[in-house]
Write a protein that binds this ligand. Sequence first.
Ligand code: C2O
Ligand code: CU
Ligand code: CU
Length: 449
Amino acid sequence: MVAGTTGEPAASPAAHFASGADLVEPSVRASAHGVLETTLTAQVGTTTVAGQPVTAWVYEGSFPGPTLRIRNGDTVRVKVINDLTEMTNFHTHGFHVSPGGRSDNIFVMIPPGESFQYEYRIPTNHSPGLYWYHPHPHGISDDQVAGGLAGVIVNEGELDQLPGIVGLTERLVIIQATQFGPDGAVVAAGDQSATTQLHLINGQLQPVIRMRPGEPQRWRIANISAGNFYNLALAGHPLHQIANDANPLDVVQSTNALVLGPGERAEVLVQANSSPGTYEFRNLLWGGEFQAMPDILLATVIVEGQPVTPTPLPTTLLPFEDLSQLPVDRQRHLTFQIMGSPSQFLIDGQMFDPDRIDQTVQLNALEEWVIHNTSEDWHPFHIHVNDFQVAAVNGEPIVSHSYDDTYLVPPYGSITMRTRFLDFKGTFVYHCHILFHEDHGMMGVVAVV
Ligand code: C2O
Ligand code: CU
Ligand code: CU
């Protein structure tokens, strides 16, 4: 259909995209005998989104990119080929690996037409769960990620073996937001908006997820959009969260709605109702002003077929070291700011400079960082290499059930987090994971010495 021919406004986002197909998952590249060796070619090319041929930014021609499956102790080699007409690079979001050399080094830049061989050594005690990968070139990452350059990484591990979790049907629920013009070409990230974007799961529009009555499933949910917040709810079904940003919780947390900011992941158990039916998985209204998210149907769950005899869901999972009561080596205050007109996106009054070190920390130090937000936007705070424990929000202590690698800093509020700078010296970054903000300067450099 040509936009406009039926009286539909040209911006009508979903006019010719197909919805309602069964959920499919990206192809999988799994490690074997301790090694995963793979190539990811980044290009602007033809791919299929919601049943339609479109032109997007893709790894291996796939929207989202292939899923990497790894285990602790693996060596992971990813050759990234840049077939774009601009710089790119590669980041493994959430990995606790070296930030230098050929490892998770976002200061490497791959010029167009060239390639770079990355190599990651996954520690034997690396946290299991859902990670993701995406380009990280400062100033242009929003277009690349919003256009489709992103995929997930599953690190198998101890959580998968717990009673009540082992053997469950797993679903990847990879959420992306993007927008295509009438010609099928992806729209520049800065011209997209939440009300005109397609809100996709595994590159599909409103897919169908099938469950049997009473069946528990494990959903690994990732918000790998470039800047959207999702407030997720499945009608008639609580979400039983078991992991957060690839960190197992100590005890299961049940909720009716789960907010995931850009970059965040959650793993949940969902137990289908004992009677057949159709249930909507929606984004509920969220936020205000520039960050408002409309009510959106994301997927439909159809409960049908032979009932499953329900087994109890787990309650206790895996312990983590509580950092909240320990003496800290140092406290720092950082302030995320939006100032001036046109807006500048700053941390402590400064825009990102890759050649400036903003924080110098000692290897193995336990630090407390208070991240202040003087703006009316939420900012998803993210730091590379070392996850953190949030100890307070807006100065009020909270009980954490695991660590995070990304956490939402409320408007005119703060988070207080504690982290240990373990195992790796070198320089890496912390930033707002709204990539428009990051590209415009809301990022800083930390050096571990
Ligand atoms: Cu998901 Cu610095 O990145
Ligand atoms: Cu990251
Ligand atoms: Cu921000």
